[in-house]
Structures are given as structure tokens and as C-alpha cells.
Design a protein around this ligand. Sequence first.
Ligand SMILES: Cc1cc2nc3c(=O)[nH]c(=O)nc-3n(C[C@H](O)[C@H](O)[C@H](O)COP(=O)(O)OP(=O)(O)OC[C@H]3O[C@@H](n4cnc5c(N)ncnc54)[C@H](O)[C@@H]3O)c2cc1C
Length: 397
Amino acid sequence: MTQTSALAVAPSETRSVGPQARAWLDANLPDALREDMLQDNKPTVADLCDWEARLHKAGLVGSTWPEAYGGRGLGLRAHLDISREIGRTPMPESVNSIGKELAGPIIMAVGREDQKLDYLPAILEMRDIWCQGFSEPNAGSDLAGLRTKAEKTADGWVVNGQKIWTSGASKSSRCLLLARTGSVEDRHRGLVLFALRTDTPGVDIREIQSIDGERSFCEVFFNNVVIPEEDMLGSPDEGWAAATRVLSIERATNRMHRSWRFENQLNHLVSACAANPATRKLVEVDYARQLADVSVNIDLLKGHVETLVGSLIDGNEIGPRGSLPKLFWSEAHQNFATLALEIVSRFPPDMSDPLRAVRRRMEDIYMKARAETIYAGTTEIQLGIIAKRILKLNQGK
Ligand SMILES: Cc1cc2nc3c(=O)[nH]c(=O)nc-3n(C[C@H](O)[C@H](O)[C@H](O)COP(=O)(O)OP(=O)(O)OC[C@H]3O[C@@H](n4cnc5c(N)ncnc54)[C@H](O)[C@@H]3O)c2cc1C
């Protein structure tokens, strides 16, 4: 199918691209990808890749990336406009958010020109799915304790070690891999970042099943894996600076659509219950105040995102302030998920299809939300960063 961009705006224009994005999504989002409808079969990775490639062709992905790398060359404000519209739909999360939102920006920041031309269009066109190989069995919150070793040889680098909790590794063709060139005592010095091909000999990926029944988590083992020099990102000493930059993006602006998707989930729950006499009282009386609280949190979250975008447009760095939206979003969404599960658990056994659809969606959200206060830095770590780096409290040291 031929398809032209949904966005008829030039990079220099300042008008909102939101209405065009909304019109395209309204016309093109297939029912089979709507998480607010009952689905007999979950979409496959291939279905999701097709859809995301279409989003890219329509100009709704990679909006801020330079045109030379497959993007649209628009500003952050346009990205926010599009993110709002994406969030307002019940579409699935991207299977390549690590490529688009973490690896892409880092490649643009530290990559060579030939790497940018090679890796970046492949991410947007969904030819390469990326995973993030940072955490290890003894290096999660304390990432500087990682042990995976990269040794320089005549052929490039030889890597040995193990990663864990590598989301989507078994579906990925590239891994943003953080390894160390020196000893563990060097901590954040001597860390190096690679764009590793996951089909390289010596890479052993093993899936782990999580409580939602999915097998997206993986352990990844490296046994004398040879990585060519041209797949190193930045210099051997730039790994820590790049990794902390990845983490600040992950905490602050990754999945910018989150607050609007959260609102879509709340609206789905409320409207499905209110439309049915058997469940109307649940939302209109029994849980009305808690649902109102959720709505206030969503508005605050939207404000957080809009303020951050404004600050980035003014040329400021995200830095430790990225911990604020990460902490608030994960806690607020997890509380909503617990409330939603309680509400759907009170549905009558002979429920209608729309109630069955909302119950299935809320159960899924509940399972996934358990991890939200862990990944991209735990709640305790965010509180520590806010105490130390924003409030300047020395915490007993
Ligand atoms: C769904 C999910 C997806 C993930 N995807 C990826 C991925 O794709 N790639 C990747 O590299 N990693 C990924 N991770 C790993 C994630 O980054 C780590 O789980 C996280 O950083 C916590 O590390 P840990 O599990 O080793 O726990 P630990 O660091 O061992 O923490 C255990 C507990 O101790 C607390 N704690 C630790 N240090 C302190 C401290 N200094 N002060 C106070 N409390 C502390 C923590 O808050 C936590 O409650 C993912 C995790 C999840 C849950």
C-alpha cells in the first residue's frame, strides 16, 4: 500500500500538528490493535512492526529526528502534539520503544555519521528492533557495579558476562550494550557502549516468563562475543555519560504519551461501567471519589510533561528533575491499576462483552504496573536522587 505523510507541515511551521495526527489515527488504527476491544488473538510482533512502520510513513514516529536519518525534522512541540494523540488512542505500546526513544537519541549524540545513516532509518522503518543491555544480576540500581567485560583485541572487542531483565531481547536484532573495559573497582570509569548485533556468535538469549504470562524479559549471556570496532558507540570512556543520559531520557521524556494513555484507560473503565446498569453504581457512587483523585493525578502528570518539554525547548538539560515525573507517574499509575482491579473484580459473572473487554484490559494493566516502580530506576532510587540532587540533603553522608 502506498501511503503519504499524515503531516502536511514544514519543519519551520509553528502550527500544531495534533489535529492532522488525530485525523490520521482515527482513520487508520485497526480494530485488531485496539486494546479497548475484545481480541481473540493478540497481535504478533510482525503485526506490530507493520503498524509501527505505517506510523513512521505517516510521519507520526521520528518526528524530531533529522530528515537525513528518516525523521521529519520537526521540533519537540510537534512531538508532544503527536504524543498526545497517540496516547488518546488504545493502541499497543511500541515493540521498539528502546530503539526509538533510547538508542536513537544516544546514537545521534555520540554516534559517527556512518553509524547514524546505518542504524537510525532501520529503527524508524522497524527493520531493527533494539533492546537495552544494562542491568546485571548484581548491578541494577547500582549500575556502576556492572561486570560484563569488554577486552580490546586486533579484531575489535571480545565481550564476556551476563545481563538480566533485558526486555524484548529475543525479538531484537540489536542491543545497546554497556560493558566495562577495566576492573569493577573503576566503577563508572572505563565503561563502553556498543550497538551489538544479537545474532553474533556467543550471544545466548534465554526468555523469562513474567506474571502476565508474557515472555518479554530475557537473560543474555556473552561468551567470547566479538564485536567489531565499528559497532562501538562513542569512545571507550564515554559509556557512563551516555548511559546516564539514556536513563534521564528514560525517566523524563520516554513514552511522552503516557499521561494521555493513562486518561484513555481511566475513560474506558468509567464509560464501560457507566453504560451498564449492573456496574453504573460502582463508578457513580462506590468509587467516585477515588476515580476523581485519579483524574487529578492525570492532569498533574500532563502538566509535568508539558513543563519538561517547555524547559527542554528553552535549552535546559533534564538532569535529576527527570526523577520527578518518573516517580509520580509510576506511583499514580500503579495506584490506579490497583483501584481498577478492585472495580472489575466486582463485575457480575454474566458480564457483557464491553465489560469483559474492560476487565481484561484492567487486569493486564495491573500485572504490568507492578514493574513500573522498578524499571527505569526504582521508587527508592528516585527519592534518593530528589533528596540528594534537588533538595541537596546529604542523607547522613
Ligand atoms: C519490567 C522491567 C523491565 C526492565 N527492562 C530492562 C531492560 O530492558 N534493560 C535493562 O538493562 N534493565 C531492565 N530492567 C531492570 C531494572 O532497571 C532493574 O530491575 C532496576 O534498576 C532495579 O535493579 P534490581 O532489580 O537489581 O534491584 P536492586 O537494585 O537490587 O534493588 C532491590 C531493592 O533495593 C532498593 N535499593 C537499592 N539500592 C538502594 C539505595 N541506594 N537506596 C535505597 N533503596 C535501594 C531498591 O529500591 C529495591 O527496592 C527492567 C526491570 C523491569 C522490572
